[in-house]
Design a protein around this ligand. Sequence first.
Ligand code: HOZ
Length: 430
Amino acid sequence: MGKMTGPALWERALRVLPGGVSSPVRAFRSVGGEPFFSERGEGAFLYDTQGRRYVDYVLSWGPLILGHAHPEVVEAVERAARSGLTFGTPTPAEVELAELIIELVPSVEVVRFVSSGTEATMSAVRLARGATGRDRILKFDGCYHGHADSFLVQAGSGVATLGLPDSPGIPAALSGLTSSVPFNDLDAVETSLRRFPGEFAAVIVEPVMGNVGLIEPVDGFLAGLRELTRAHGTLLIFDEVMTGFRVSLGGAQKRYGVDPDLTTLGKVVGGGLPVAAFGGSREVMEQVAPAGPVYQAGTLSGNPLGMAAGLAQLRVLARERPYESLERRTAQLVDGIVRAATERGVPISAAQAGSMWGVDFTDGPVIDYAAAKRTDAVFFSAYFRECLKRGVFFAPSPFEAGFLSTAHEPEHIERTLEAVRESLDASVVR
Ligand code: HOZ
């Protein structure tokens, strides 16, 4: 059989996968056209099955902070694979990775490994419910915590992209236990907590919103959450699946100096393999089975290949501490995009936290989901397609964050900005 090219593969994919994909955000639904099929990645670049090359700012939606196929990560996985793919027993690597996470993430004393961010947030909420004996949770409009039933209420990411306020298949009895309020609005949090006194098990938040573009917490918001949750006997969960080891080596909790009770991790922690985790104080984590009664399990949890990839990636990060240079380069990109748009009279609002960033084609400030929804999605689609034509792969939705890796050199960014300027020119309707 000859080599399968993009269009032929897409037809086959549409026949056998819902919408042609294994996860909705990949389908290019809101930007139009067909997604490309990736063949390989190297450093800052992704190569498709048609031989085209893209500077990649999606980076598998966040994990690849060292770029594609970093030699130390690949070698660690190869070495681990030669010793066996999964054992279903404890392994030394999971102890080592847990120790490293605990050393780096300020509030984490004990860790449980799982295989996806959704599993991490779902399990953290179960733990919070078990530990407090309460049922309600509070989240924020536009925050995305994976696709577990309790979270698909006013969610971001693919749910926002496809314009689905929530999802069929979730019993009202369960979604009714989730309240959602605007991000950066402490009054709304307090009002909700007061409305059902003693009923909220947890407040769960992305400390930096990364699923509606990017929105930073305003000064005092995270500290205010910490105070309010303490006062109400409610656990504070930071969903650091995106921000963990990304916005600083110790995540958002280190960057903003606020310690949650529970933390969820994913993406960077797994080095590109399906690894996630939740962790927190010893007291709370010892409620998890078999130390305590809150059940949580997984055949492939702590998988040796995943542990090897995560360890290798975190060790490079801990050794090289590339965060200042990542932040500087990200600023070069974001400032360049803002300048280019402003020069052309295109309304734009941008935000950055470390090497995570986002732009909204709307006048700022964007401090919550309601403001992010004002982004010009039609303009974004045209701009996205023009950038893609010029070999620049941004996330195919205005409701996603962008990422940078250590493999993105200043000259890649310069070339990207050239493509951005041309793409803006091509997208502006005169
Ligand atoms: N978790 C990411 C949301 N921004 C994208 C991954 C996905 O949903 O496929």
